[in-house]
Ligand binder design. Sequence first.
Ligand code: XLS
Ligand code: NI
Ligand code: NI
Length: 433
Amino acid sequence: MTDFFKGIPQIKYEGAGTDNEFAFRHYNPDEIVMGKSMKDHLRFAVAYWHSFAWEGGDPFGGRTFDRPWFGSEMDLAKLKADVAFEMFDILQAPFFCFHDADVRPEGANFAESTRNLEEIVDYFAGKMEQTGTKLLWGTANLFSHRRFMSGASTNPDPEVFAYSAATIKTCMDATMKLGGENYVLWGGREGYETLLNTDLGRERQQMARMLQMVVDYKYKIGFEGTILVEPKPQEPSKHQYDYDVNTVYSFLKEYGLENEVKMNIEQGHAILAGHSFEHELAMAREFGILGSIDMNRNDYQSGWDTDQFPNNVPEVALAYYEILRAGGFTTGGTNFDSKVRRQSLDAEDLILGHAGAMDVCARGLKAAAAMIEDGKLEAARDARYAGWDSDFGKSMLTSDLAAIEAQVRAKDINPQPRSGRQERLENLINRYV
Ligand code: XLS
Ligand code: NI
Ligand code: NI
């Protein structure tokens, strides 16, 4: 045991009436919702980078946190792992997620970085065995080091492509070894700063080639998890190719990968793309590529990916509504890609940030389940489209323009507008949240 979280108890469900800050009010892991425990619905994961690697910097100032594991020695990486696994236990979080760069010191060269990663992966394996914590997904950080400043797979220099491919391989190996349920690709530098120096055509082909190699390697090593792409429109690059769910789906279709790759959808990224979270989830549900979510929230005024913990129940309810409509998670889950604010210095802040967010998600899930079970929203939606189930409606999708014109004339069709009933539906949603 480290003493980082000294005095902080394991967070347990005590119900909405409790006065204890260090308790769940709504997240009751074993409570059954629509035939499944909340734990199995939500599949919470802690993001290693935000809680243990991020130092509290912003564009105007550096480190505000003072963690005993900051530094680049292997011993400190192990101390960081000790603290991380203590936090997973305090939170009863069943999963975690990590990038290579979050968990191991950067070596002098590729071989040394990989040796460091392998040593930590072995250390993780022991801890996972002891605690039962599982890996939701692993990924490669191909955006922080300066070598990636002009892209990873989309770099104008093929040596960076090679370094990136080799790094992805080692991270897929690590994910496989730890029984990870998914492997994520987020392309923060896969885009451009200026079109003036960018060959869009080449870069997109390079990116497709990398993704194809990832899929091929998955089969080669027998990785049974899901390959996930995480869309984001911009930040850190001015423009990123994986702009949003629809853009990524078109890209997958273009290269014949739409049945191999699913989506990891993040609330803050949806907002940056000018969408709502539920829009992105609904799109992915329609395409059959909803894989997993990165749960957080953006500051709606700042225009940055601020990665705050979620605290808006109605918004979260609509997100889980789409997830439940898609049949719920299979290999995916709810990863808190969220960080405490840079003034939130204390160990307690890390715990309470997550615990509160888990409660918000639990409330959202329960509201979404009630909406589904009640069926009123879907009944209203079905009623709105009922005309399409009639013989006439069906014939519209099989006729041609001339035949339709003849029908419109023969029946003197003269459509009358009907209310979309938005306010009534918004009132309906407010009954559940
Ligand atoms: C950054 C992304 C990143 C991915 C993993 O905005 O959300 O954290 O989830 O590389
Ligand atoms: Ni993310
Ligand atoms: Ni993000």
